[in-house]
Design a protein around this ligand. Sequence first.
Ligand SMILES: *Cc1c(COP(=O)(O)O)cnc(C)c1O
Length: 400
Amino acid sequence: MNPFDHELNRRVAALSEQRLRRELRRVDSPQGPRIEIGGKTLLNFSSNDYLGLANHPALKEAAIKAVEKFGAGAGASRLICGSLAPFHELEEALAAFKGVEAALTFSTGYATALGTITALVGKDDIVILDKLVHASIVDAARLSGAKLRVFGHNDLNDLKDILKWAAKSQIANRKSQILIATESIFSMDGDAAPLGEMVALKEKYGAWLMVDEAHATGLYGKNGRGLADELGVSDRIEIQMGTLGKALGASGGYICGSRALIDFLVNRARSFIFSTAPVPAAAAAATAGIILAQSPGSEAWRNALWQLVEQLNSKLKTQNSKPAGAIIPLIIGDEARVVELATKLRGQNIFIPAIRYPTVARGAARLRVTLTAAHSAEDVVQLVQTLADLKFEIADLKSP
Ligand SMILES: *Cc1c(COP(=O)(O)O)cnc(C)c1O
């Protein structure tokens, strides 16, 4: 074997040893409550398709129509070869959905964070992040060259102390901006950020606030606008970010905010400027997802989902006290153990991902259960039964 491959094999072997190696599992069906892997049908508790839209006929039809009218590919960056109509329709639908002046879409949520944060701040500035914020925001903050500070997860006192320090450095360097970034519903823990208090703090210290609603859009607030809407603070948040690939059922990322913000990003967000536009089918599917998420029927989906969440929570010890979102982590701790549990679960036809470092801290490995409106009460019964039957030592699980 050549030295290059030998070295890489050595690195992956080191991951295997720590039970941190990851593998792709081929799925031969659409996403949904049941997926096909290796000729077997598994009950799927792994996807972020919270409203069951990824395989919805309306999204598929919208994508097909867009292919027929606009073709498969976008040709170039939207600033180079013209900006296809489906992107404009999507951005208008997004702005109306979120109740903001304007929206801009990117190829992914990851590219959204990267382009937006690096456009807004640079080496003179300070970025303050929640300890558990998503990798896309961490990577963006690092790439921006700004001074980076991290506050304890949802710890307002810690945030306040850092803001006090940042305000002082701002006096020393008058060009300096302060940007706080957090998620509204946290992707691996399912808990919520205290957005009301954070808005008050950022206003007191003159900071900007960016909120990633990846796991809240479609689920919380009026018509699923997000947690910021539910808490009544969305018009006080400068930068609202999200993805089109979770509850909205399609693919892509977005920023919602003022017209000034969007005009600025079109000119400065490098992941937008220097990247071919997504396929028009993705934009059309996302627009259909946004329409469905606000449709009269969508309230029934959300209610069904919250009922399933309650059903599962009633079987858990620790989750009862805090009403979690659709993300229910069963904390295991040890990496080897969580891999073993996930494998056993697959043997019982249940698919739950083993979430490990670096997605979460070392020793904080977990089975991350996500429920969707497309699951049934029987699905949750089967999940609880399987967990109990296997006598998993999941601290969270009540004895049946
Ligand atoms: C999934 C996710 C992203 C990235 O969005 P993609 O569209 O999947 O690239 C960003 N932030 C959070 C919190 C996420 O969970």
